[in-house]
Design a protein around this ligand. Structure first.
Ligand code: FES
Length: 323
C-alpha cells in the first residue's frame, strides 16, 4: 500500500535564489491538507518518479498550504528538472501527507541551545525549525553554508528571525573557502541539540565532527541514502513472522523484507526504497535486526523498537514484525 496521497494545486512558483524555486501548494477542490510540524516533508509524485521535499512554511490551520523549495540539480534524475522546466502554476500534483523523521527534540532542557547547520537547499527544514524556536524565545544558532551568496535561498527571512537569542552565521565557499565544521561547531555545551541538513559529504563531516567534539544530541536529514559498505559474505535467507496475520514469509538472500512481503501478496506502506523516507517503518516485536537506514539515530537503532523494512534486515534467527 502506498502512503496516503491527495491532490494539491500549484498556487505560486517563485525564484528564491539562483536555481532555487519555491512551490506553494494548496488543497485542490474537495481535498484537505493535514497539519505538520517543523522538519516534516512531503512526497511529490511526478511523472515516473516520487521525490521528497521538506516543508519550509509554518502550518496555519486557517490558511492550509505546503511550501517547498527545489534546487535545479545539474545531476537531476528527473525530479528537479521536471519541476523547474515543466511544472507550472495552476497544475495539480499528487502529494503524500506530511511525514516527519526530523522532529525537534522535545526532551531538550529548557535553556539548552539549538544549533542548525544548513548546507545549500538543506536550509528548507531548518528554516521552519528556526522560525518555531525563535517564536518560543529559545537560544538558536543557525550556521548556513552555501557555495555562493546568490545561491543561498531565504537569507532575508533567516536574518529577520534573528534577535538577542537567535543568531545567523553564513559561510559562502566562493568567499571563504570550504567550511571547517570543527571550528564552526566548537565550544557548545554538551546538552546542545544539533540538527543538520545538506549534501551527503557535509552530513558525513557533521556526524564525525559531533562525535569528535562529544556532542551526543545530533540529528540529520539526508536527501539520499548514506553510502553503505556491503557485506563481504552473502546474507543467509531468513523467515519473517507477521504477528497480526500469523503469516510467515521467507526472505531469500539478497532480497529486502519489503520486496519479499510484496511478492507474498502483502501490501506494506513504502515509498523511497532507500531507507530515507520513513514510510516503511515497522514495529519490531523480536529479532536480531541489522539496521541499514538513514533515519533512525544510533540510539533508536540500538533500542530496536522499529526498522525500515526496505533496507534493514535480520542477522540471524526469526524476525517477528507487528504486521
Ligand atoms: S520505503 Fe522509504 S524508508 Fe523504507
Amino acid at each position: 500500500m502506498a502512503a496516503p496521497v491527495m491532490q494539491a494545486l500549484v498556487r505560486t512558483m517563485r525564484l528564491e535564489a539562483r536555481d532555487v524555486i519555491s512551490l506553494e501548494l494548496v488543497p485542490a477542490p474537495g481535498q484537505v491538507l493535514t497539519a505538520f510540524e517543523p522538519g516534516a516533508h512531503i512526497e511529490v509524485h511526478l511523472p515516473g518518479l516520487v521525490r521528497a521535499y521538506s516543508l519550509l512554511n509554518a502550518w496555519v490551520p486557517d490558511a492550509p498550504r505546503y511550501v517547498v523549495a527545489v534546487l535545479k540539480d545539474a545531476k537531476s534524475r528527473g525530479g528537479s528538472r521536471y519541476i523547474h522546466e515543466q511544472l507550472r502554476v495552476g497544475q495539480t500534483v499528487t502529494i503524500s501527507q506530511p511525514r516527519n523523521n526530523f522532529k525537534l527534540d522535545e526532551s531538550k532542557p529548557a535553556d539548552a541551545p539549538t544549533v542548525l547547520l544548513a548546507g545549500g537547499i538543506g536550509v528548507t527544514p531548518l528554516l521552519g525549525m528556526m522560525r518555531a524556536l525563535s517564536s518560543q524565545g529559545q537560544r538558536v544558532q543557525m550556521v548556513y553554508c552555501a557555495r555562493t551568496r546568490q545561491s543561498a535561498a531565504y537569507l532575508d527571512e533567516l536574518q529577520s528571525l534573528c534577535n538577542a537569542r537567535v543568531s545567523l552565521h553564513t559561510h559562502f565557499d566562493d568567499e571563504q573557502g570550504a567550511p571547517d565544521l570543527s571550528k564552526l561547531l566548537a565550544g557548545l555545551p554538551s546538552d546542545a541539540r544539533l540538527y543538520a541538513c545538506g549534501p551527503a559529504p557535509m552530513l558525513d563531516a557533521f556526524v564525525q565532527t559531533c562525535a569528535d567534539l562529544g556532542y551526543t544530541h545530533a540529528h540529520i536529514e539526508r536527501f539520499a541514502a548514506a553510502p553503505r559498505v556491503e557485506d563481504a559474505a552473502p546474507v543467509e535467507g531468513y523467515a519473517v513472522r507477521l504477528q497480526k496475520s500469523g503469516a510467515v514469509v521467507q526472505v531469500p538472500p539478497g532480497t529486502s523484507i519489503l520486496h519479499a512481503l510484496i511478492a507474498a501478496g502483502h501490501h506494506p506502506d513504502h515509498s523511497c526504497g532507500e531507507g530515507v523516507c520513513g514510510s516503511c517503518e515497522t514495529r519490531v516485536i523480536s529479532g536480531d535486526v541489522e539496521h541499514r537506514d538513514s533515519i533512525l539515530s544510533a540510539a533508536e537503532q540500538a533500542a530496536n523498537k522499529s526498522m525500515m523494512i526496505c533496507v534493514s534486515r535480520c542477522r540471524s534467527g526469526e524476525l517477528v514484525l507487528d504486521l
